[in-house]
Design a protein around this ligand. Structure first.
Ligand SMILES: [Fe+2]
Length: 319
């Protein structure tokens, strides 16, 4: 069975990508940022996931005001880097995992989260910058396939933190009903506090950010009750990106180990936050998650039936 073994939270500041692409990582300003990810790269090299699910938001690269999916799952075989105004970033094409992505789409939609299925999509800095921070700068290929999950946090109304957290739980049920043995790491990206425009441009609230990281690790349910207005007031208009970290957190065990954390201010006009949360090894497993579910019995049996049929379809596909 596939397993989500860890969650990674990381800012996805575009200027970090520009610093990498323009060879500025050794400049003192940027060294402060990149040095905070050295241990993370070592952790990732040791962890060697078979697949990464990267939760991020598109910044008007693949989507525009003409079409704004709330949750869009990338099911394609590959995702080229987008041209964000100065040419595509010099990073490898992101290879997908269409079989697992299709399974996740089926499982999550039957679990009553209506994802948009995307079979053609370019990916921007929201996805590629965290990949660089954790996987380095490979020339030809990223070390594992990636399933992008794009979340609308650009146009009102974004999803609530609670919805994101519950989607994370549905993602975990989906992954853990996939019959192939795969180690999956899930990324939640964006934030932390920042405001790009208006009279409060440049706003950073370190106290609030650090409290968010503490709760993400120890008491994520508290975070699910934060309304959008509080994110905007305390963490700036673009701080709403932080709801995406709750998808990552929901996909993890209720308990687990925080193995690394890094926070620095600023990178460009943004606070940079980063956390690695490993699952407690014994605690992972579909049975335990299903046993902990507080859903009603009708919901449980509907999901169980849906999952059984998914399992049958997936098993057939393997023969
Ligand atoms: Fe962003």
């Amino acid at each position: 069975m596939a397993k989500i073994i860890a969650g990674v939270g990381s800012s996805h500041v575009p200027a970090i990508g520009a610093a990498l692409d323009n060879g500025k990582t050794e400049e003192p300003y940027w060294k402060r940022v990149f040095s905070g990810f050295e241990k993370s790269k070592e952790w990732m090299a040791k962890t060697k996931p078979d697949v990464a699910i990267v939760v991020y938001n598109d910044h008007a690269s693949a989507f525009s005001v003409e079409m704004i999916p709330t949750f869009a799952l990338g099911c394609a075989a590959e995702f080229p880097p987008a041209d964000e105004g100065w040419g595509p970033r010099p990073v490898p094409v992101v290879k997908g995992h269409p079989a697992l992505a299709a399974h996740i789409a089926q499982s999550v939609i039957l679990d009553e989260f209506d994802l948009t299925i995307v079979n053609k999509m370019e990916v921007d800095h929201g996805l590629t910058v965290p990949m660089n921070l954790l996987f380095g700068q490979p020339k030809d290929a990223w070390p594992c396939p990636v399933i992008p999950l794009a979340v609308n946090v650009v146009m009102y109304p974004p999803p609530t933190g609670h919805r994101c957290y519950m989607l994370g739980k549905a993602l975990r049920r989906a992954v853990e009903s996939y019959p192939e043995d795969l180690k999956v790491v899930i990324f939640g990206t964006g934030g932390l506090s920042h405001q790009i425009s208006g009279p409060r441009a440049g706003l950073i609230n370190s106290k609030w950010d650090k409290s968010f990281l503490d709760n993400l690790s120890k008491d994520p349910k508290k975070l699910t009750r934060i309304p959008h207005l509080e994110y905007m007031r305390e963490a700036g208009a673009e701080g709403i990106e932080m709801v995406m970290w709750l998808i990552m957190r929901g996909a993890r065990d209720d308990k687990g180990d925080e193995v690394y954390r890094f926070y620095t201010v600023p990178a460009s006009n943004t606070a940079v936050g980063h956390i690695i949360l490993e699952n407690a090894r014994k605690a992972s497993g579909t049975r335990k998650v299903a046993g902990k579910s507080k859903r009603g019995s009708a919901g449980k049996s509907r999901q169980a039936a849906a999952r059984k049929s998914i399992h049958r379809i997936a098993s057939k596909g393997k023969r």
